[in-house]
Design a protein around this ligand. Structure first.
Ligand code: 7TS
Length: 403
């Protein structure tokens, strides 16, 4: 049996109440909660060895540098990157995507093609549109189907020798759809295109192996994997990262500087200008240790139980429609006929249940379904079936009040 009571005791926030009711936190796709061990790592850093890294000869700076670089190695091992310098610390998924999109503006030409999926978060759409505006490259879209899957048959038709880069999320944030990224990567490589996978929503549930996937770039955010906000990772194959120009100029990313010419540092420092989120990086490593100690297969099995139970119970509510019915992570995006999702969310909050409502930064998906948004309940391994019962009762009550 999954030791959920023991796990819940690791998360202090789960003890609090909201509007006089015990908190039921079902907004995990927006950000996950933080276990005490990660909070302790943050307190330890600021209490004992807060210092800038890679530059001080003194003990505190060396301790901070060692811990930060140890975290990079933990991330490398977690994602099974070949080299630790293929892991670039970022401020999060959005930052990682912008780094690559900006780098490609030096490599693309007018008429080149880039392919995006219809299931993307805005942060994996807008930077590429900006890139296309700058370079004259053409943006093509893999359409979606009613069940929330991608039309992979059309993707194969879109690929051609002009395709330079394909970007797709591993898991959709709005629907939870798990996309066939192996097939997407393999097909793109046949045409010499590279693939960026947005792993923001996959990494809380799945342990990706970047070498096995043969993915070119993989990005994610720590705050969705029990880590702090303001830190994330960009994985890139060494050869590709070396070809890309630096994203920002500044301290740490140089080899030598004169007013005549500056030479850049090697990987990973070339992409890490300025003082990074040192504490965040270290805490990210601790969060991965915490989740790996539970085990990602164990987590996925338990969350799948929650997903099945939640789907079954919510489906009993008359007029409730669930969007996205294919293989997915523990996300239930739904609406009740005739009721605005925001109104349901506001009543759920009064009852202590935290969900996200709206377009989830994925407006093209909402346009596809011709809806303003959905109510999204997203589960984590520290949630329970009893909490799902609270959600179902709260939704039933909201429906009664609003219809
Ligand atoms: N990509 C996907 C698939 C996401 O779900 C998100 C955040 C991002 C990128 C951006 O991540 P950030 O850490 O850089 O902000 N998704 C959500 C969400 O679904 N609700 O709030 C944030």
């Amino acid at each position: 049996m999954f030791p959920v009571d023991k796990i819940r005791a690791d998360f202090p926030i789960l003890q609090r109440s909201v509007n006089g009711k015990p908190l039921v936190y079902f907004d995990n796709a927006a950000t996950s909660q933080t276990p005490q061990i990660v909070i302790d790592a943050i307190v330890d850093y600021y209490s004992n060895y807060n210092a800038n890294i890679h530059r001080g000869v003194h003990t505190l700076s060396q301790e901070a540098t060692d811990k930060y670089e140890e975290a990079r190695i933990k991330i490398q091992k977690h994602f099974n990157a070949k080299k630790s310098h293929e892991i670039i610390f970022t401020s999060g998924t959005t930052h990682g995507i912008n780094m690559i999109a900006s780098g490609f503006s030096a490599l693309l030409n007018k008429g080149d093609e880039v392919i995006v999926s219809a299931l993307e978060h805005h942060s994996n759409i807008v930077p590429w549109q900006m890139l296309c505006e700058k370079t004259g490259a053409v943006l093509k879209v893999i359409p979606m189907d009613e069940d929330g899957s991608l039309r992979i048959d059309i993707y194969h038709e879109l690929l051609n020798s002009k395709t330079k880069i394909v970007f797709c999320n591993h898991v959709s944030n709005a629907l939870g759809t798990i996309n066939p990224i192996e097939e997407i990567i393999h097909a793109a490589h046949k045409f010499g295109a590279v693939v960026l996978v947005d792993g923001a929503q996959a990494t809380p549930h799945i342990k990706p192996d970047v070498q096995e996937l043969d993915v070119d770039f993989y990005v994610a955010s720590a705050h969705k994997i029990c880590g702090p906000t303001g830190v994330g990772l960009l994985y890139g194959k060494q050869k590709l990262l070396e070809q890309l120009p630096p994203y920002q100029g500044g301290g740490e990313m140089i080899d030598t500087v004169t007013f005549e010419k500056t030479t850049y540092a090697g990987l990973p420092h070339k992409f890490e200008a300025g003082t990074p989120n040192i504490c965040g990086g270290i805490a990210f490593g601790v969060a991965l240790d915490y989740m790996n100690a539970i085990g990602f297969d164990t987590i996925a099995d338990y969350e799948n139980e929650l997903l099945q139970y939640g789907t079954q119970e919510l489906s009993k509510i008359d007029g409730l429609k669930i969007y996205g019915t294919v293989s997915k992570t523990a996300v239930i995006s739904f609406n009740i006929e005739g009721i605005h999702p925001y109104d349901i969310g506001a009543i759920l909050d009064k009852l202590g249940v935290a969900v996200r409502t709206g377009h989830h930064c994925a407006q093209p998906i909402m346009d596809f379904y011709n809806i303003p948004g959905t109510v999204r309940a997203s589960f984590s391994f520290y949630n329970t079936k009893e909490e799902i019962d609270v959600l179902v009762n709260a939704v039933t009550k909201a429906k009664m009040m609003l219809s």
